[in-house]
Design a protein around this ligand. Structure first.
Ligand SMILES: O=C(O)CCC(=O)C(=O)O
Ligand SMILES: [Fe+2]
Length: 334
């Protein structure tokens, strides 16, 4: 069988799929796996892949490198600050955005004092894009950072191509159908750190979350999480369900642009990050995750995929340029 359930609750079934059966299985296994992947995206909008192409050691190394990055002083990180949606590269410390939903000034100050940041992140884009250089830490500060992160970037880029091939096969399209749409690698590697946080934060402000509910924008997101937990996915009946970490797997979710491309046959599902299930008396431990946001090449024209409509008037959306769409979405967020 190509898949088990990674999550099954409240009508949300997220399959756990052995990706090696697609990468190197017999033709029948390959087909069956591709169908299971597509089905997961059409129903839950999320899948877990095990035996994918990113080796566990490289993954562990990416996490320890990320931790060393966030260990730098705040000043050093702020010097690499995220600038514009067009660049979409660099460091963000958006801690203030959530606490500002509190109404009483006293409460706001209390929460800020106890938890200056619920989340910090750092983004890396494709190298060599004119006008938009990556914001690398100064040479020698985080040893090996640039080489290791770009190595990881390329591994994820390759995995994106393979997952898109699986979707193509699942849809009955040519296996290489998406290749020319995704070969450039206009993707974003985002390191995330949710610092240790006092438990009382969630008592003072029950609405507090480590990352607010949202959908992702692009084709798919490859999400690697540590073993803390806290990621939740919205079920069809509106309940948030834990997407519990499974070591060595990657969580893959479809983004809004893929949903649009598929004429809404694929779902881009809402998710968020809350406090993890385990805590000490005083606090919740830090959590690290790495999200790799995949996009169609920024110069591609995206319109309803063959087989997702039978007559022109069934196309739900007009065609759109991928890069324009993504900048539009990022502009609305920051
Ligand atoms: O940290 C996580 O597990 C999820 C992050 C996420 O959904 C995002 O950055 O879009
Ligand atoms: Fe997300």
């Amino acid at each position: 069988m190509a898949s088990d359930a990674a999550v099954s609750k409240e009508g949300l079934l997220i399959p756990l799929i052995d990706f090696s059966l697609f990468l190197s299985g017999k033709p029948s296994e390959r087909n069956e796996t591709a169908k299971a992947i597509l089905h997961g995206f059409q129903t839950a909008g999320f899948i877990y892949l095990k035996n994918h192409s990113v080796p566990l050691d490289d993954l562990k190394h990416a996490f320890s490198t990320s931790a060393r990055f966030f260990d730098q002083s705040l000043d050093d990180k702020l010097a690499l600050g995220w600038t514009t949606p067009e660049a979409n590269r660099g460091y963000s410390a958006p801690g203030r955005e959530k606490v500002s939903q509190l109404e009483e000034i006293d409460d706001i100050e209390k929460v800020r004092a106890a938890a200056p940041d619920l989340k910090e992140s750092y983004e890396i884009g494709r190298e060599g894009v004119e006008g938009f250089p990556n914001q690398w830490p100064k040479e020698g500060t985080v040893t090996g950072f640039r080489t290791d992160m770009m190595g990881f970037f390329d591994q994820c880029k390759e995995l994106h191509v393979e997952v898109m091939r699986a979707i193509a096969v699942g849809m009955g399209l040519d296996e290489e159908f998406f290749d020319r749409f995704v070969d450039v690698g206009d993707n974003t590697l985002r390191l995330l750190h949710y610092p240790e946080i006092k438990s009382e934060i969630f008592k003072i402000n029950p609405g507090a979350v480590r990352a607010g509910e949202h959908s992702d924008y692009g084709s798919i997101t490859l999400l690697f999480q540590d073993n803390r937990g806290g990621l939740q996915v919205k079920s069809p009946n509106g309940q948030f369900v834990d997407a519990t970490p499974i070591e060595g797997t990657v969580v893959v979710n479809a983004g809004d642009l893929l949903a649009r491309w598929s004429n809404d046959t694929i779902k881009s599902t809402i998710h968020r990050v809350v406090e993890p299930p385990r805590k000490t008396a005083e606090s919740y431990p830090p959590r690290y995750s790495i999200a790799y946001f995949c996009n169609p090449n920024f110069d591609s024209h995206i319109e309803a995929l063959p087989g997702t409509y039978s007559a022109e008037q069934e196309k739900k959306y007009s065609g759109i340029n991928s890069g324009d769409y993504l900048v539009q979405r990022l502009t609305a967020t920051y």
